[in-house]
Design a protein around this ligand. Sequence first.
Ligand SMILES: C[S@@+](CC[C@H](N)C(=O)[O-])C[C@H]1O[C@@H](n2cnc3c(N)ncnc32)[C@H](O)[C@@H]1O
Length: 177
Amino acid sequence: MPQISIPPEVGRTLYLLAKISGATRILELGTLGGYSTICLARALPSTGKCFTIELNAEHARFANNLDEQVTVIVGDASKQLEILAQSGERFDFFFIDADKPNFDHYLEKAISLAAPNAVIAMDNLLYFGDSVLDETNDNPILAKLRQVNQTLAQDPRIESMLLPIGDELGIAKVKSV
Ligand SMILES: C[S@@+](CC[C@H](N)C(=O)[O-])C[C@H]1O[C@@H](n2cnc3c(N)ncnc32)[C@H](O)[C@@H]1O
């Protein structure tokens, strides 16, 4: 298992954000061994549910059976998001922590699956420190993260901020229409 879980301060922040927002249906992208999943699921009321999507079957197996409130969905996040959308699912808290080259797509999907006033958290928005800010660095992942930061800052459907913890945690609230 690679050591790429969120650090404890990000775990605590996610827990509190989910708790304060009163989330009852949480969707996470990127389970790994389930550390962030546990932080999120602990914030749920007893009737709440946390769904977490993981591509790697071995990681998913490790996180499986965490708790009856947690469902681990094995598969590619894009495909699974499509399936959730087709079944009319809605979520009030999202944590996006998988597959950075598709972060823009995942943000868009989260907005479309959002219940009114949903919260979207995204990890690693200043991946590897300041390199995202260096526009001369044309690494495609950094370019994608620059684009996602811009969307978070400017998209009229959301209000957002960047929290300087971990690798920088983006937090957005979807505006009610
Ligand atoms: C940074 S780790 C997640 C860490 C976890 N959220 C935590 O803090 O404990 C990213 C995870 O996303 C998974 N992943 C990568 N690409 C994916 C995809 N396309 N769909 C779903 N999961 C993916 C990886 O296998 C890995 O387990």
